[in-house]
Design a protein. Structure first.
Length: 120
């Protein structure tokens, strides 16, 4: 598969049964970080603040994932994240579980606060 040229093209490539979830994720990130600029980096949708990545998201057959979440943030929300598969900087959300909007909103807000603190 060719790398998407923009986020619209990326979302269009997601299987139809998962597309609405990815669109919700996109809207949630945009609502929390309206100043972030969308792009494609490493073949996945990326939201940048001040030219630096804030968060990324991607999809796979069993899940969608949020990338770029620091260890500090993962530790802060470890109880809420307990049911999700994680690795360094990555949190995987299975398609067959309800969309965790409140949790993702907290994570993106924390990433935004972390990024803004580092920009000073």
């Amino acid at each position: 598969m060719a790398v998407a040229k923009d986020v619209d093209e990326y979302i269009a490539s997601v299987p139809a049964e998962h597309r609405s979830t990815v669109e919700k994720l996109r809207k949630l990130i945009a609502d929390v970080a309206p100043e972030a600029v969308e792009s494609i980096t490493y073949g996945v949708p990326t939201y940048k603040l001040g030219g630096r990545p804030l968060v990324y998201f991607g999809t796979a057959k069993p899940h969608f994932a949020l990338y770029g979440v620091s260890g500090v943030i993962r530790e802060t929300y470890k109880e809420e994240l307990a049911g999700y598969s994680m690795s360094k900087g990555t949190i995987r959300f299975p398609w067959d579980k309800p969309f965790p909007a409140a949790l993702i909103k907290k994570l993106v807000k924390a990433c935004l606060a972390e990024r803004k603190a580092g920009m000073k």
